[in-house]
Design a protein around this ligand. Structure first.
Ligand code: MV4
Length: 447
């Protein structure tokens, strides 16, 4: 087992990783930018190393500074968290080349699943359902040919893309020209490759993802699904498990198909397979080869500490349990609390003058915030995650309503009022929402 883990991240996930290490008797090294010198995980870690100025590009994305910190402190593993370098295959390779364990999949797995076209090919060969799609598109003529073969509407995506950037939808041949040209231009500007391809566009899907854990000895389990359809601008806002849209048969079926596929692919560590779900059918969208923000709702219903399992797998341990040992109890919902204006979503960093987190049975708050802490303006605006669980979805909703009322964050605006409004909407209470629901709700509300 590792003796010392370097946490190559910041904010609530850095504290989350520190906690798992602490409970496993593993020493922690916190690397931080100048702006994060006063962060809670920096105070709690066994050692702290300032790796650069506030800008992420000069600190949390600075590969050599992070690896140097690991070498200087004698860390035998690095946990990348999510975002930043967590899916950077070159970084994972550099870490391993320096004799340090990377807590995540092998870099070649990251590369394979990080490219949308190869990920779809691997997924299909491993038995996962995918949307009808095209190979790499080289010309408008070829795009029109494939669109007519697939059937409109179609969506053109960048193979190196992610998070919705560079995607263009076309409903007929006329729209293909602009969609193809814009998608390639945006891909060239935003990603490592301007290669684009096409898929059948699903107009009203849900976003359902499956969590897996796989060790290096061929043991693979799935930890159920998370419904992440409540989102705006490809930023998740509320996530829940189980999905109100799935019945037991669908849940069992997709879980088994995913478990078999991950075994065939030979993937190791924690991973999440994202699907679009429409008219009772799943379509593989992409795979995330990292820990996800919303992992705590899966922990709430399975009782499994996913960060602990990632560390154990990376250290060469076996899972030590099979799918039959995994139980799913109750319901869990996560609200992402952002330091933003709840109507305009404009980020509003600042000083927290009063902080009181809700508590009680089935209430978890993951955050580094404390009274007197100032939110730096350089990073993502998420400052806390409220995870609530209960025996049933209704019990969970009642508890979530109560927890949001208790939450006190003074000194700046947050999205707490938005969550209070969303969870009282009929479509949310009935669980009848898809990926477009929140944006439509906000349009209606804000005009
Ligand atoms: C799609 C789609 C509909 N049909 N692909 C969004 C970002 C990236 N995950 C891919 N995305 C989508 N791909 C097909 N064939 C709709 C989306 C999409 C979306 C997916 C999940 C959650 C929120 C979304 C918001 C806008 C578009």
């Amino acid at each position: 087992m590792f003796e010392k883990v370097l946490i190559a991240n910041r904010g609530e996930v850095a504290l989350r990783i520190h906690r798992a290490c602490r409970e496993m008797g593993i020493k922690t090294v916190a690397v931080h930018s100048e702006a994060d010198a006063t962060a809670m995980h920096v105070r709690l870690a066994d050692e702290a190393v300032c790796i650069g100025p506030s800008r992420s590009s000069e600190s949390y994305l600075n590969k050599s500074a992070i690896i140097s910190a690991a070498l200087i402190t004698g860390a035998d593993a690095i946990h990348p968290g999510f975002g930043f370098l967590s899916e950077d295959a070159d970084f994972a390779e550099m870490v391993e080349e320096h004799g340090i364990a990377f807590i995540g999949p092998k870099s070649e797995q990251m590369r394979l699943m990080g490219d949308k076209i190869t990920a779809r090919k691997v997924a299909e060969e491993a038995g996962l359902p995918v949307t009808p799609g095209s190979p790499q598109l080289e010309s408008i003529e070829q795009a029109i040919e494939w669109a007519n073969r697939i059937g409109y509407p179609v969506i053109i995506k960048a193979t190196a893309g992610g998070g919705g950037k560079g995607m263009k939808i076309a409903f007929n041949d006329e729209e293909i020209k602009e969609a193809y040209t814009l998608a390639r231009a945006e891909a060239k500007a935003s990603f490592t490759s301007d290669v684009v391809y096409m898929e059948k566009y699903l107009q009203n899907p849900r976003h359902i993802e499956i969590q897996v854990l796989a060790d290096s000895y061929g043991n693979v389990v799935h930890l159920g699904e998370r419904d992440c359809s409540i989102q705006r601008n490809n930023q998740k806002v509320i996530e829940e498990t189980p999905s109100p849209a799935l019945n037991l048969q669908q849940r069992t079926e997709i879980g088994n198909i995913v478990q078999q596929a991950i075994t065939k692919i030979g993937y190791t560590s924690a991973g999440t397979l994202e699907f679009l779900f429409e008219d009772g059918r799943f379509y593989f969208m992409e795979m995330n080869t990292r820990l996800q923000v919303e992992h705590p709702i899966t922990e709430a219903v399975t009782g499994i500490d996913i960060v602990r399992e990632q560390i154990r797998i990376a250290s060469g341990a076996t899972l030590g349990y099979t799918q039959d040992d995994i139980t799913f109890n109750g319901h869990a919902i996560e609200c992402r609390i952002n330091a933003e204006n709840p109507v305009t979503f404009a980020p509003c960093p600042g000083k927290i003058t009063e902080w009181h987190a809700p508590g009680g049975l089935g209430v978890r708050v993951d955050s580094e915030i404390y009274s007197g802490y100032s939110i730096p303006p350089y990073y993502d605006s998420m400052i806390a995650k409220l995870i609530v669980s209960g025996k049933t979805r209704n019990a969970c909703l009642m508890r979530l309503r109560r927890a949001l009322e208790e939450f006190v964050i003074d000194g700046l605006q947050t999205t707490i009022p938005l969550h209070q409004s969303l969870i009282s909407q009929a479509e949310f209470i009935d669980g009848q929402y898809n990926i477009h629901w929140l944006e439509k709700f906000l349009e209606k509300q804000n005009g």
